[in-house]
Design a protein around this ligand. Structure first.
Ligand code: HEC
Length: 180
């Protein structure tokens, strides 16, 4: 009876150690696979970020979206000049007057309804950024104290209306140009 107990114990021990051997083998196989996966993921992440870096370098930042200043130079400066002074009386200046006209509520949408703004290939978000940039860059001294930057929603809404006669609208709600 006793020897039988031993035999059973022995079998039990044998089985138990065999089991733990298998499980430790399985365990190390799993961690091997896990570290292979990790290495593969790190490699993929590495090549993705290298690719991204290359893309940024090749496209000169276009992948990240052009800055408002760059968009101004690309889409507005052809007529208003890089300095924003325009060529009066044919093309108005963008300095100081825009800040002054913003005391009148109706002149806010006007900024994006003039043909040069509304018909630009820029998206509403990029146009909002360009106009806000222009206001801070060329009109900092004349902006109303409570001025809030144009929102994208506001630009989207304003852009739906095309001004048939921008000068008439300007005179109606604010005033005519006063070129010296
Ligand atoms: C093809 C030439 C041209 C381009 C390009 C152009 N504009 Fe103009 N812009 C004008 C002219 C001309 C006026 C005078 C109003 C009119 O007749 O359209 C004007 C008027 C304006 C006014 C109103 C100024 C005022 O005192 O009433 C704003 C604001 C303006 N443009 C912004 C822009 C912005 C922003 C861009 C670029 C996204 C741009 N323009 C591109 C020619 C241009």
């Amino acid at each position: 009876m006793r020897s039988c107990d031993y035999a059973q114990d022995d079998r039990f021990l044998h089985r138990h150690s065999a089991h733990s051997e298998v499980s430790s083998l399985r365990h190390s196989a799993r961690s091997e696979a896990q570290s292979q996966n990790l290495i593969r993921n790190v490699r993929i992440a590495g090549s993705v970020s290298t690719l991204f870096l290359l893309l940024v370098l090749l496209t000169g930042n276009a992948a990240l979206g052009a800055s408002p200043r760059t968009n101004y130079l690309l889409y507005c400066s052809g007529c208003h000049l890089p300095s924003g002074i325009g060529n009066p009386p044919n093309v108005p200046t963008l300095h100081d007057e825009l800040g002054r006209m913003l005391v009148v509520e109706e002149m806010r949408p006007y900024l994006v309804q003039v043909p040069g703004s509304s018909q630009t290939p820029l998206t509403d978000a990029d146009l909002a950024a360009v106009v806000n940039w222009m206001l801070y860059e060329f009109n900092a001294g004349t902006l109303p104290k409570d001025f809030e930057p144009l929102t994208v929603e506001e630009v989207t809404e304003a852009r739906k209306t095309i001004l048939a006669d921008p000068l008439k609208y300007r005179i109606q709600y604010w005033k005519d140009y006063d070129f010296d």
